[in-house]
Design a protein around this ligand. Structure first.
Ligand SMILES: [Zn+2]
Length: 214
């Protein structure tokens, strides 16, 4: 059962999708991963790594592409970040696997790219801590956005997101995923464990099917 859709903590994490870079990727048995080139690491945005990512994306252990995205406060120059993000949008679509999106003060760019590409795959807005107005703006822009909440979140934004689009994550938190889900549950006034487990199973369905059919 997957509860944690995004973590940088080391495997084994049987309830998590572990985020890793394509360069030097060696999967641990039974672990699910998201593979991508982070906007904070522009030096990894090379043709070689995009090619590698496109090949690794077909592995059943790879449940998602990312994290990938745009960060206005940190990382490489904006044009390079956008280029790397676009490449990973295309890899996500070609592989048929969802995209874990890093969006820091770049909501307009992310929503605009979603509209332009009209991708089939879900985009998981990871570490969502923006205001409810931003959540509503993203929901209006596309029904393909999912919202992953971690240790820091805006309770009003959590309440603004439909139940079927709520995910949870540890990212780099010292709290474990069940403690984070307990906080989210408290903010909503209902236990979200089952909701998050069901949503995670749906959003990563392609990878699960691929792993089952092996
Ligand atoms: Zn992260």
């Amino acid at each position: 059962m997957i509860l944690d859709c995004h973590t940088h903590l080391a495997p084994p994490r049987p309830e998590a999708v572990v985020c890793a870079s394509p360069a030097g990727f060696v999967p641990a048995g039974g672990q699910l991963y998201s593979l991508g080139i982070h906007p904070w690491r522009p030096e990894e945005a090379t043709e070689e790594n995009f090619g590698l990512l496109a090949r690794l994306a077909g592995m059943p252990e790879v449940a998602a592409i990312g994290e990938a995205g745009v960060d206005q406060l940190r990382g490489g120059p904006m044009y390079r970040q956008m280029l790397a993000f676009r490449r990973q949008i295309e890899i996500s679509e070609a592989a048929g696997k969802p995209l874990v999106v890093h969006d820091v003060k770049a909501h307009d760019s992310v929503a605009g790219l979603r509209r332009d590409y009209a991708p089939v795959q879900p985009w998981i807005l990871h570490g969502f801590r923006a205001k409810p107005t931003v959540a509503k703006m993203m929901l209006q822009a596309s029904d393909g956005f999912w919202f992953s909440f971690g240790e820091k979140f805006n309770p009003d934004a959590l309440r603004a997101v439909p139940r079927e689009r709520i995910l949870a994550e540890t990212d780099e938190s010292a709290l474990d995923i069940r403690q984070i889900i307990a906080r989210l549950s408290e903010a909503l006034g209902e236990d979200l464990t089952e909701t998050i487990a069901a949503n995670s199973a749906r959003v990563f369905a392609t990878a699960h099917r691929a792993a089952d059919s092996r």
